[in-house]
Design a protein around this ligand. Structure first.
Ligand code: HEC
Ligand code: HEC
Ligand code: HEC
Length: 441
């Protein structure tokens, strides 16, 4: 499979090539790893009860911030030690091969044990490694640049307390051997600088913006990218499709990261309280987690303090509507066929009104997954079912798993059902074809 992109000039060509590492979505088959203990064992006097070893408050804050930044999800490979790296990342340009995350344990030879605090701060804020080479933005320094010096220092203090692990990084695809082109990419697309508070907004809103834009790096998956894989600033949080990520054991397909703005086809119908509950527990009465959000919630957002979850929800609820999905019309025959498939396969849990039912299933009417411009996640949910990840907080009343319909419907039927879902109950969303479904199989 040869894909070619015609390049205008060599500078852009190199920039583009380097930039292809940008995407923040990994080909992940790993179950989420448990977070490592924060306190070094020696800190507790041997004779004392092991209940509460003294933890340096800066280290404890650093652990919390590292959770918000979800370092562990990207820096731990399947079956590997926490933070020892080696996880492979795909880009939307498959011919470029994969790039692997690095070992960020304090091991002197293979990790960051010999780095200084200044070198770590520079890496987080500018994407430049200790040896001066440019890192690819698969490491989201484009977001981490907003994080305050104090918070980066706390993360550094915490990382120095995790268990050092000797683990070499697997070799990267050829395209990632050359790092200097990142200079061009950074010049064109990267703006270094700490978060600046918006005086017109509340302290809570600013805290939410700081966490969402910075450590949370939500836009890495939820913002569409240009051809050089830089986030499109005029389409922030409008939703987009991810590179292949896990859909079931041993299989990876693209997903749609939904529109997080106030668009009707995005989070418009969600209250700030519903957003807050989803972030902290992976569940609310509108949606549950199943795809790549499993790791985001299990490894990261469930650890948020209630205040921080609320602040992020307040900020997200304030994002102006962008990228509304188109409205389509279907024929009477298509509607009849779609309604029949819905009755046979979905009605039992999602109910004829499309509103779902307590303890059974979330609504499909007004769902951001159903209405997303790109149908990848909707098709994945129908083909592979929806499974709540191991380690999810699962509050009372949380959704259970949805079964898979892979063998129960063919591509044409799933397309017909999808178009029905995207027109019924005032839902939005463009045409889904049998070819779209085939691509996700
Ligand atoms: C979305 C995935 C992702 C997340 C989240 C992430 N990283 Fe990384 N990180 C990477 C990748 C991939 C690389 C390798 C980049 C390269 O080789 O150019 C990397 C590289 C690094 C490096 C450079 C190490 C070296 O040896 O050059 C540091 C330091 C680092 N990450 C720290 C962190 C910290 C701290 C966090 C959490 C606050 C974090 N990362 C979160 C993917 C991620
Ligand atoms: C046995 C009950 C059951 C059946 C049958 C079922 N679902 Fe689901 N569905 C669920 C549950 C439970 C969830 C939430 C799963 C989670 O959070 O991991 C869900 C989630 C969804 C979502 C995601 C909603 C959102 O916005 O997050 C969509 C879309 C969906 N189902 C569509 C369908 C379609 C289409 C059918 C028929 C082909 C169907 N479901 C059949 C139980 C069911
Ligand atoms: C690794 C990519 C990735 C990152 C990082 C990410 N998301 Fe998502 N998000 C997705 C995908 C894919 C979906 C679709 C459903 C799923 O995976 O459960 C989604 C869905 C959502 C939904 C809607 C769920 C629904 O069923 O309608 C919300 C809300 C959300 N994400 C918020 C966030 C926030 C806030 C952040 C930052 C803290 C974030 N996401 C970071 C990929 C990501």
């Amino acid at each position: 499979m040869k894909q070619r992109i015609t390049l205008r000039n060599i500078g852009f060509g190199l920039g583009l090539m380097a930039a292809t590492a940008l995407t923040a979505v990994a080909l992940r088959a790993a179950e989420p790893e448990a977070a490592p203990a924060a306190a070094p064992a020696e800190a507790a006097p041997a004779a004392e009860a092991p209940a509460a070893p003294a933890v340096d408050p800066i280290v404890a804050r650093g652990e919390y911030l590292a959770q918000v930044g979800n370092c562990i999800s990207c820096h731990t490979r399947e079956g590997g030690e926490p933070f020892a790296g080696g996880l492979a990342f795909n880009t939307p340009y498959s011919f470029l091969g994969q790039i692997h995350s690095t070992n960020i344990t304090p091991d002197a030879e293979t990790g960051i044990g010999t780095w200084t605090e200044e070198q770590f701060i520079r890496a987080m804020h500018t994407g430049v490694a200790a040896d001066g080479s440019h890192l690819f933005p698969a490491f989201p320094y484009t977001a981490f640049t907003l994080v305050s010096d104090d918070d980066v220092k706390a993360i550094w203090a915490y990382l120095k307390t995790v268990k050092p692990v000797k683990a070499e990084r697997p070799s990267n695809g050829m395209a990632f051997a050359m790092r200097f082109p990142m200079m061009f990419w950074n010049a064109m697309f990267f703006k270094e600088g700490r978060y600046l508070a918006d005086e017109k907004q509340s302290a809570e809103w600013n805290r939410g913006a700081y966490l969402t834009e910075g450590l949370g790096h939500c836009s890495a998956c939820h913002t569409p990218r240009n051809i050089a894989l830089a986030e499109k600033q005029d389409m922030k949080y409008a939703g987009t499709v991810t590179p292949p990520d896990r859909v079931e054991e041993g299989k990876a397909r693209p997903w749609t990261a939904v529109n997080l703005t106030q668009a009707k086809s995005g989070l418009g119908p969600w209250s700030a309280d519903q957003i807050q509950r989803y972030l902290k527990s992976g569940h609310n009465n509108r949606a549950g987690i199943f795809g790549p959000m499993n790791e985001v919630i299990v490894n990261s957002l469930q650890h948020l303090t209630t205040e921080d979850a609320k602040a992020m929800a307040v900020y997200i609820k304030s994002l102006p509507a962008l990228g509304e999905s188109p409205k389509q019309t279907i024929t009477e025959a298509e509607k009849t066929a779609g309604a029949a498939l819905y009755k046979t396969h979905c009605d039992e849990c999602h109910i004829g009104s499309g509103r779902g039912a307590f303890m059974k299933a979330p609504p499909v009417a007004g769902s951001a997954i159903v209405q997303a411009e790109h149908p990848a996640s909707l098709i994945n949910v129908i083909l592979y079912g929806a499974k709540v990840g191991k380690g999810s907080p699962l509050p009372f009343g949380a959704w259970e798993d949805m079964p898979s319909f892979q063998s129960k419907m063919n591509d044409d039927e799933i397309a017909t059902l999808s178009n029905y879902l995207r027109t019924e109950w005032d839902n939005l969303g463009g045409r889904v074809t049998a070819a779209d479904v085939a691509k996700q199989r």
